[in-house]
Design a protein around this ligand. Structure first.
Ligand SMILES: [Zn+2]
Ligand SMILES: [Zn+2]
Length: 133
C-alpha cells in the first residue's frame, strides 16, 4: 500500500470517528450498522497511534472505502473462498451485488466451534490412551 492510499484510508476513518475532550476517547461508528467502538487516548500515546489501534477493530471495504464492524464485513462465501472475487466486501456492497456470505463474526464463531470440537476429540483420545488395555 502506498502512502497516498494509506492517508486516504485514514481520512475515511477519521470521518467516521469523533473525539470526546471530556474522557479523551475516540469513538468510531460502523458505516453500515452504526455500532460504536471507543478507544481512550492514553497520555503517552499519540493521536495517530490511538486511532490506528481503534482502526484494528474495523474492516475497510475495498469496494466503497468505508470502515465497517465485524458484523458488516463478509470474508467468506461459505465455501472457504473469499466473499467476492477472492476478496472481502462490506455487507452493503455485497447486497448491491447480490452476494451472500459469512461475516467476520460468523467466521470467528465457526472457528471457535471447530477448535472446541478439535479439543474435545483430543481430550477423548487422551482419555482413551490413558485407559489400561
Ligand atoms: Zn456494522
Ligand atoms: Zn463496501
Amino acid at each position: 500500500m502506498d502512502d497516498d492510499s494509506k492517508k486516504l484510508h485514514a481520512k475515511a476513518f477519521d470521518i467516521q470517528t469523533t473525539y470526546s475532550r471530556i474522557d479523551h476517547a475516540f469513538t468510531s461508528r460502523c458505516a453500515i450498522c452504526g455500532k460504536e467502538q471507543t478507544m481512550r487516548k492514553i497520555w503517552y500515546q499519540s493521536r495517530g497511534k490511538t486511532l490506528s489501534e481503534l482502526r484494528l477493530q474495523f474492516n475497510r471495504c475495498e469496494h466503497c472505502g468505508k470502515w465497517v464492524c465485524c458484523d458488516c464485513y463478509l470474508v467468506d462465501d461459505g465455501h472457504g473462498n473469499g466473499a467476492y472475487e477472492g476478496s472481502d466486501i462490506c455487507s452493503a456492497c455485497a447486497k448491491e451485488r447480490g452476494i451472500i456470505g459469512l461475516t467476520v463474526t460468523q467466521m470467528l464463531a465457526i472457528q471457535a466451534e471447530q477448535t472446541k470440537a478439535q479439543e474435545a476429540t483430543e481430550q477423548k483420545e487422551a482419555t482413551a490412551r490413558g485407559q489400561p488395555s
